[in-house]
Design a protein around this ligand. Structure first.
Ligand code: FPP
Length: 243
């Protein structure tokens, strides 16, 4: 059944997505894994459209983890090429919907042509404030937390900060994108019940929506269903239910 967006009382400001199942989607069709990723890139596009329609401000997609460098070189290369190709494809839509592109992760580890292509769109969309697409690339949450710890330690060492001043806000302020609000909703496709080193700090109070649907089959309708499920959740942040 289709979802009536008007009936949704709460729209999350930020939705994070673990896009899993591209390989299995392809395998079941006798296709190469990269074909699955290509179809998955179309789902990113569909979710961007759906998010803009629903009024979701931030979308973060886990496109490539620090662990993904261990995949066969041909798949890594295929994913990097697909990223460049997808940016060319999304460009018009990013401008039409006023979507700002940001990247989170070890940017310097990406191949130069990929960095250059990303930078071009990051710069071209930098002034948009309505919506933001964050692509997590060569991203690992433990590395992000280690990097934040190092930056804080340097400030203590130089006398800019005192140990007793360190609190939760200090850590949040030293993450890769401190100005992006925590996701209220995290969606993972293909049924796996894992966080896979994704936004460990930021997802502390998020609602999780896990679906068996493979990422290439996750389109507008599936995204709206996730928003509907989010509307049925009672978020208490460790407090008690209001009566
Ligand atoms: C996980 O599926 C998916 C990835 C590691 C890559 C995700 C990349 C895309 C959807 C394409 C491009 C993205 C953008 C932002 C343009 P898997 O390969 O682990 O699937 P499996 O578990 O079925 O093997």
């Amino acid at each position: 059944m289709s979802v009536d967006l008007q009936s949704l009382e709460k729209i999350p400001r930020h939705v994070a997505l673990i896009m899993d199942g591209n390989g299995r989607w392809a395998q079941e069709r006798g296709l190469s894994r990269i074909e699955g990723h290509k179809e998955g890139a179309q789902s990113v596009r569909a979710v961007l459209r759906a998010a803009a329609q629903a009024g979701v401000e931030f979308i973060t997609v886990y496109a490539f983890s620090t662990e993904n460098w261990k995949r066969p070189p041909a798949e890594v290369e295929g994913l990097m090429k697909l990223l460049v190709h997808s940016l060319n494809e999304y460009e018009q839509e990013l401008h039409e919907n006023k979507i700002r592109l940001r990247v989170m992760g070890q940017f310097e580890r990406l191949p130069l042509p990929v960095r250059m292509r990303l930078q071009k769109t990051i710069d071209a969309t930098a002034d948009y404030t309505d919506h933001t697409l964050v692509i997590a690339l060569s991203y690992g949450s433990r590395t992000e937390l280690a990097d934040a710890t190092k930056a804080i330690a340097e400030k203590v060492k130089s006398g800019e900060m005192k140990v007793k001043e360190i609190n939760e806000e200090t850590i949040a302020n030293h993450l890769y994108l401190p100005d992006v609000p925590d996701p209220e909703l995290m969606i993972r496709t293909s049924g796996e019940l894992r966080l896979s080193n994704f936004l460990l700090w930021q997802l502390s109070y998020s609602e999780f929506y896990i679906t068996d649907t493979y990422w290439p089959d996750f389109r507008e309708e599936q995204f709206f269903h996730a928003l509907e499920a989010f509307n049925g959740r009672d978020r208490r942040y460790g407090g008690v239910k209001k009566v």
